[in-house]
Design a protein around this ligand. Structure first.
Ligand SMILES: *Cc1c(COP(=O)(O)O)cnc(C)c1O
Length: 385
């Protein structure tokens, strides 16, 4: 029996990155309270400019959440009743609900097993005369296969919306997420790589007309005030969130680097412990740079849930993103997707397990994760013997 000193390892601990910045953040927040400009204040404008510069786009438009960014993106592209939008099913719910809420039909496409991202080879067969746009998701911090997606979109005249909620700073062929399609959508929900102290979101684009219209749509469609030529929504960026995010953005690349270091270290630890046979580890992309919003392994042969339980008993936090693919959600039954129609998506939903990867994770904590997985692997071998 091997015996390791037990340390609890959280899946994510946002305090470790917020507490060291607290003095700076507190001063920024106090300044907003002093001026009383709680919504769309100067920090919002500045944060928009900084996000545009960071992503390498001409424009960035703040809004209230990543979910609203997706909704606004589809609204500004004119998606509505009778339209179809192609998207992956292996993603967070908001990617599809934006389509549904506008009265359009989500058309789900299967994923590539290695990247977990939408499989461009399967897009063309899903295109109909009603198809208006493709939403791709750069899942877990890794960019989708944009060259192939943009080629299809150009051929069929489709708009391309990037759900970059998990991928701020990720690169594909030298360009950053948010600058790879028609419109990029970001979330600053506290668990994302750049996390606010609440909800916030952002849209990026190189199209000045779309940016202007997005600024109007996020504010009830009014321009000037009390004159509505569009029906928009209330999805304004909160000044306090913008101020917090401005402080944190200056540290983002350092945090992304730490996440990469952690990912490399996991690969070494798992190889050394010989658990690379039990787990299928994520392979880095060859045409870009990922930012590791999640470190997601596959645990084949029905062992995922027992490994998750084993780690939970050792106080090691893990999560399953996502256990039920969107095409199998109860609210979408009327779309008629039977079990088995997106096989790679359904296999991934059974096999994936995300391990702690946040920037401030310590080496001792990573060792505990590896030891926990190794002890599970040993139990499996002795059971089989
Ligand atoms: C978090 C997330 C969203 C939604 O962002 P919110 O800010 O929570 O509304 C959308 N898509 C993906 C892929 C996400 O991970």
């Amino acid at each position: 029996m091997s015996c390791t000193t037990e340390i609890a390892v959280p899946l994510l601990d946002v305090n470790r990155q917020n507490v060291p910045l607290w003095d700076e953040i507190e001063a920024a927040v106090r300044q907003i309270c002093d001026t009383g400009r709680f919504v769309h204040g100067p920090d919002c404008r500045q944060f928009e400019a900084e996000m545009a510069a960071y992503c390498g786009t001409d424009h960035a438009v703040g809004c209230a959440s990543g979910s609203d960014a997706l909704l606004l993106a589809l609204m500004v592209l004119g998606v509505g009743q009778g339209d179809e939008v192609i998207l992956p099913s292996f993603t967070f719910f908001a990617t599809a609900s934006a389509v549904w809420r506008l009265g359009a039909r989500p058309v789900f496409v299967d994923i590539e097993p290695d990247s977990f991202n939408i499989d461009p080879k399967l897009i063309e067969q899903s295109i109909t005369p009603a198809t208006k746009a493709i939403i791709l998701v750069h899942l877990f911090g890794r960019c989708a296969n944009m060259a192939a997606i943009n080629e299809i979109a150009a051929q069929y005249g489709l708009k391309v919306v990037e759900d970059a909620a998990q991928s701020i700073g990720a690169e594909y062929q030298g360009h950053r997420a948010g600058a790879l399609g028609t419109i990029g959508c970001f979330s600053f929900y506290p668990t994302k790589n750049l996390g606010a102290f609440g909800d916030a979101g952002m849209l990026t684009t190189n199209d000045a007309q779309l940016a202007d219209k997005l600024r109007i749509l996020r504010d009830h469609g009014q321009s000037p005030q009390y004159h509505h030529h569009l029906v928009g929504i209330n999805s304004r960026l909160d000044s306090i969130q913008a101020a917090v995010l401005r402080v944190k953005l200056t540290h983002l690349d350092r945090w992304s680097g730490q996440r990469s270091t952690n990912a490399d270290r996991y690969a070494e630890l798992f190889a050394a412990a010989g658990v690379d046979r039990l787990l299928q580890l994520p392979e880095p992309p060859s045409d870009g740079h990922q930012v590791w919003n999640q470190y997601t392994v596959r645990v084949p042969e029905g062992r995922r849930d027992s490994l998750k339980t084993h780690l939970a008993e050792r106080k090691i936090g893990t999560a399953v993103y996502y256990p039920v693919p969107l095409h199998r959600q109860e609210c979408f039954t009327t779309l008629g997707y039977a079990e088995g129609c997106l096989p790679e998506t359904e296999t991934a939903a059974r096999e994936v397990l995300s391990l702690p990867i946040f920037a401030e994770l310590t080496e001792a904590e990573q060792d505990a994760v590896a030891a926990g997985i190794a002890s599970f692997a040993n139990d499996q071998i002795s059971e089989a013997a």
